[in-house]
Write a protein that binds this ligand. Structure first.
Ligand code: HEM
Length: 134
């Protein structure tokens, strides 16, 4: 193979690889961070940037939770994990008051009492996790 062909082919290869890297970085930058999820109880929006399950999940203290004690912003703690139930207030099949009663407090006891090992409520709960209590 001629020297010039090798150079041309190498340059072509570099351009293709560069293009792929560029496309991937754009995809990462513009990939949606919120998803609309429909389930049997309605439609909700999941924000993947706050739904981190990795060890880097945000940590909260019990002092962060009481400020989110209403329907506009409803955080609760269940079994040491922090959940943002704001979206769920209006969607809960068991009514708004039940969820509002959890906002701003450690709701472990109340939740366990009603739904402790029920699979649907526990699966739904998972979707609203925003971090752990330290
Ligand atoms: C004090 C806390 C709560 C109370 C008192 C409560 C109460 C209720 C009630 C009365 C129902 C109606 C049907 C039934 O009796 O099972 C219900 C259903 C349901 N709740 Fe709750 N709830 C609470 C918290 C939660 C939370 C935090 C979630 C999840 C984020 C949740 C998810 C669900 C789901 C998915 C259903 C439908 C169950 C099914 O269709 O099998 N609940 N809840």
């Amino acid at each position: 193979m001629k020297k010039t062909s090798i150079i041309v082919l190498s340059l072509f290869g570099l351009i293709v690889i560069g293009g792929l890297v560029w496309a991937y970085s754009n995809y990462k930058a513009y990939a949606p961070t919120t998803y609309i999820v429909e389930n049997e109880t309605g439609t909700t929006t999941i924000n993947t940037t706050t739904k981190t399950e990795t060890p880097g999940a945000p940590t909260y203290t019990l002092a962060d939770v009481p400020t989110h004690n209403n329907a506009t912003s409803c955080y609760t703690v269940i079994r040491g994990k922090v959940y943002d139930l704001t979206m769920w207030v209006a969607m809960h099949p068991g009514g708004k008051p039940a969820i509002l009663s959890l906002c701003g407090i450690d709701g472990t006891e109340k939740f366990n009492k009603k739904h402790g090992s029920d699979s649907k409520p526990n699966t739904n709960l998972d979707r609203f996790k925003i971090g752990v209590l330290n």
